[in-house]
Design a protein around this ligand. Sequence first.
Ligand SMILES: Nc1ncnc2c1ncn2[C@@H]1O[C@H](COP(=O)(O)OP(=O)(O)OP(=O)(O)O)[C@@H](O)[C@H]1O
Length: 595
Amino acid sequence: MSERIHGNGGDVAADVVSDRPTPDVTAVSTGALRRGRPRGPAVAATALVLLALAAAPFGLSAFAVATLTLGLCYGLFTYGLDLAWGRAGLLSVGHAAFFGCGAYAVALSEEHGVPLAFALAGALVAATVIALIVVRISLTSGIPDAPLILLTLGVSLLLQKAATTLTPLTNGSNGLTVSTSDVVTTYYRTLIAVVLVVGLCTLLIVRSRFGARLTAAARNPERAAQSGIDTVRVRSAAFAASAAVSTIAGALYAPVAGLISPTVFGLGLSTSVLVWLAVGGRESTLGAVFGAVALTTGQQILGPSWQGWYVLGLAILFVLIVQVAPDGLAGLARTWLSGGTPTVKLPPATAKGGGSGTPPQSGPDAALSLQQIAKSFGPVRVLDGVDLTVRPGRCVCLIGPNGAGKSTLLAIVAGQLAADAGTVRIFGQDASAVPVHRRVRMGVGRMFQIPSVVTELSPADNIRLARMEAPVRADLPQDYQDLVTGDTTAAGTLPLADRRRLELAMVLAGSPRLVLLDEPAAGMGRQDARRLTRELKQVAERTGCAMLVVEHDMDIVRELADDVVVLHGGRIIAHGPMDEIVADAAVREAYLGRG
Ligand SMILES: Nc1ncnc2c1ncn2[C@@H]1O[C@H](COP(=O)(O)OP(=O)(O)OP(=O)(O)O)[C@@H](O)[C@H]1O
């Protein structure tokens, strides 16, 4: 008897002989960095799984092998999603759009006699271009997560609509048939080989310098950009690769399914792959494939008899996993094998250090020169023609009442915000339209109000990260060497003062010539704040860098500042040495609230 297996993207035909009842389930489902995982057990587990998969055709029924074949197609798809959601931190809820492109490429090629290679190349190009457009719009919108979720969902629904309505081409909702000969035996082995090759290729990429950049960009885009990494480019590339792998998975799925209909673009499959990945575990090749294979098998075996109960069980499993083990089964295994939560590790390719940027060559009069900077948020004019100069080796403290626009000005200097008008010059070069990561290569370093480090990495890896794109390779001062050689616990577990010290070390490791600091002692106790102030002074003396510091604490300002600049009402109302500023009537009126 010929048996059909039902996949989430539509019917799946497998010409197998069995007495089993036809399984029919619709699964309800949802879904970077390298982990510091125990390598021996991971390699052993991978080898064991591969051996078991290779031996499957010899010991299992044709139905079971067909189920495994389908599971491997979905496994590759899940692995594709992991590149986006796991490795790049980009949640897509419409990834079936890319899977469907691959499946329809095969079906259309067969139906209309288009050469398969041509159809596949077309699908890969289309999926990659769509992915790049969607991800770039999302990442440059300035709004986290929501744009990508909506756009991916929109694209998948649009493609589903197109597949339904372009009847002469796609046969509408009836779909297109694809020949399924020899799908169980030879095809199964081919699929294992493809999964293995794609897995190895991406593993190499993840362990490369690109992988290190992706690790940082996914975990802490703000700090990654401030370390000279083009986060939009790196994450966009990972998302495009994710779309390409998903397209390949869809193409491999078509002959297994035998029938490709518009449901292949549907929300059901997009949510299923999220569940497979969540359960298997993000950032784990094995976990992603295992999650898909295990749940697809469960669906085929339990689905027909348990029907709604299976779907309910899957939903409960998903909620449990998200609550109890957000890193999925692979995360649980890692924690169990390492005897605690393992620290994420930066790929080794970063060890060389030194980036491709050009350090400023000239010695201009000003490290920073702002001319007529203006910025409004809606109707509120926050900055209204600010002129400011910071000379090399000088420390300028920017003070002013709450809401005066100090942090906004600092963000404009760093490149995080664009000014509405005015010019930002850094070491003589016009940097007004230069993005954050390129300003870093021009010599800008930045410390944030809340210390911004990659919390999952060890302090040493954080410093390696900071060095990776540095225009000039700088050795850290002796006082910070303990951070390079110290323990390997995650930086997120350090107390605030130590995280602040680590952030300063990261800034120093980037060889900055202009350092921006936003309330560096915020939240610190008196003693820690004094220690940090001393360290900052030493840094300024040792490196000769310029500093622009936003600070409220007048003791710190007095100790640090060569010049004080007072911002009020969007304008600079006074500047000069601290003693003159304190005596200035306009400052007392505006800032201290007395005349
Ligand atoms: N992204 C934004 N959207 C809308 N308004 C903003 C935004 N960022 C800042 N503002 C507003 O701009 C004004 C200046 O904010 P900013 O944080 O630059 O002031 P500040 O001088 O640093 O204040 P504080 O000393 O309290 O940190 C405030 O009124 C703030 O509410």
